[in-house]
Structures are given as C-alpha cells and as structure tokens.
Design a binder for this molecule. Sequence first.
Ligand SMILES: *Cc1c(COP(=O)(O)O)cnc(C)c1O
Length: 379
Amino acid sequence: MQPKIETNPYAWVERSLETIRRAGWYREPEIIEGSPGAVVLKDGREMLNFASNDYLGLAGDPRLIEAATKAINTFGTGATGSRLLSGHRILHQELETAIAQLKQTEAALVFSSGYLANMGTISAIVGQRDLILADQYNHSSLKNGAILSLAHINEYLHNNIADVKKQLQEHRHQYRRCLIVTDSVFSMDGDICQLPELLELADKYNCMVLVDEAHATGVFGATGAGCVEHYGCTGKPLIQIGTLSKALGSLGGYVAGSQAIIDFLRNRAPSWIYTTGLSPGDTAAALAAVKIIQGEPERRAQLWTNVTHMKNNLIENLHPEFQLLPSDSPIICVQVSSIDILLRVKAQLLAAGIFVAAVRPPTVPTSRLRLTVMATHTT
Ligand SMILES: *Cc1c(COP(=O)(O)O)cnc(C)c1O
C-alpha cells in the first residue's frame, strides 16, 4: 500500500507570499472612486492624479461615454463570440479602418487588450528557427510574447544601437527570420526608442521590426499617430502595436501594418482567434477617441505644455537625494535609493493630496516614483 503523504500541496503559496512581503514587493490595488480625470476621488478625498495613462483626459469625456452608451443600447453589452464565429460587428470594422487611417497603414486589427495583441502577434510571426532582438526594458507583454514564440531571444542593452548592430553582425546569419522588438515610449522610464536607426539596421540585415506604441498613440506626432509619425517613419515597413486603453481612454489593443500581416494574424494569432470580440461599448468609445485625437490637436499641444511645466519644476525643485530619470514623454520618473524611502514619499504625497505610482522591483531594476502628466491638468 502506498503511504499517504501528509502534506498540503498549497502550503508553498503562503511561504511564497511571505518572501514577497519580506522583500517589500507585496502589492494590492487601491480603489479610485467616481470619474477618471486629472483630479480623482480616493478614500473620499480629492486627489491630484499623476498616476493615470489617460494622457488626453478622454476616459471621462462625454463624447466617449455617449458613443459607448449608444453602442450598448444598439448592440448590447457583449460581442457574444469570437470574431471569426459570431462576434464580428460593424463597429469593429469601423474602428480598424479608423486606426489604419490614423497610422497610415494598409490595415489594422483590434485585440481584447494590448497585452494580447503583443502576445498573439509576436508568437505568430516568429518561431523556433528565428531570432528576436529585444530591448532589455521592453514591456512584459513583449517579453512574454517572445517567450511564447519559442524563437531564440537576445536582449540588447537599453536603447543601445551599437549593441543591436553587434548582435546582428554576430548572430543574424544563424537564423531564418529576425524580429527587432521595442517599446516606442518606455513605459517605466519615459524615454523613447531610436526608431530611424533601428529601421536602418533592419533594412540592412533583413529584419522585421515590431514597435509598441502603447504610450505614444495620441501623444506623439502631428496627428497623434505616435512615435512612428514623430520620427517621420510613416509608411516604412514595420508592425505597429498599441493599446486602446491609454490615450484612447477605452479598453483593447491593436496591430497596424500591411494587409498581408493583418490577414496572416487573423488566421494565425491564437489570442485573437480564440477569444471573444471586443465589447460594443469599448469599441465605440475607442472609435470616438480616434476621431478626437485627429480632430483636436490642441489637446496634444496642451499635454506637451504641461509636460514641460512639470519637468522644469522638478528640475528646479527636486531634492538632491532624488534623481530625475531622462524622459522624452509625459512619463516622468524620480528614482529613489530604496523601497522604504519610495513608500514613505508616496505616503507623504498621498497625505498632501497627490496621487503618484510607486514602481519597484521586479517591475523595474530600481525603485522610482512614476508621474504621468495629462492634457487636462492645469499648471
Ligand atoms: C500598457 C502597455 C501594454 C498593454 O496594453 P493593455 O491594453 O493595457 O493590455 C503593452 N505595451 C506597453 C508598452 C504598455 O505600456
């Protein structure tokens, strides 16, 4: 007879949680009450909000709310199926056309989130015989998409073109396809990638490029198309990913690129094929947001005025113990020397009515306060 082993197979969970707590890494969500915006309610108090990705203040815009409400009244709350079965609506088609028009690409495809767009796209376009060259500070969804693809992954030093070149010279010939993957705006640092240089190397070494415009769409470029437009790289051969949940104030993700890439993804990206279509409300809100982004450049101008104001103030007034990290975007990070100090400063700011994000390992290598500026802040 087998001896009965008297152990609880879940006992490790408490032990692991204890390890996370001891390191100061334990996290819990905090409730925000009422409407989104530059000022939000938290614990019944008004807080100046520097922790939102709603850069243009669209998540609470009456026009998005009306578009979503109207779509729900017409089409219901759920898409009821995957896009290839029963979940495809005219709204999806309109949104994809609008995104392709914003990005000046042949086509676009919307996913249930930016995370799923990255996972599905990367894992569909490269495989075991291929190489991924990835910036070491890339977003989690890019990293996990790369792992899922089973391609060989080489990380290059953050924003270091010389390192990309060196790795291409040394390794490109050993692989079938090569994909260079990067955030355009680095989400936990606020600096931007060197896209023209990456595209030049890609051209020379026959590589695909995938750029994640999650924090750039609506924010960068004359029409809000993102860093690709900002750098004058519109129309170059590349795959652009983004989210509907930051400057677009809704929920969902997208891929924009050639018609062939989009047709391929519709047939080969499991995180698009085997999941329910975007809800009518989210889709309609995102569609309204794309139109506002194109039609109201003054929102973007105000955002950048506010960003400059905030940066200048920090440069002048920041305590020498803290370090302002280099930023080219509305994401502004202040590095602090320990998790203890980080949590203390965050608590003091909360007490003063200022809501900021405290970002710590393992999300980032060093502890930092992360502030995001919105168009709807006042100086
Ligand atoms: C937020 C973010 C994503 C994920 O987008 P969601 O739509 O929120 O899933 C992907 N990439 C980057 C760089 C991001 O900052």
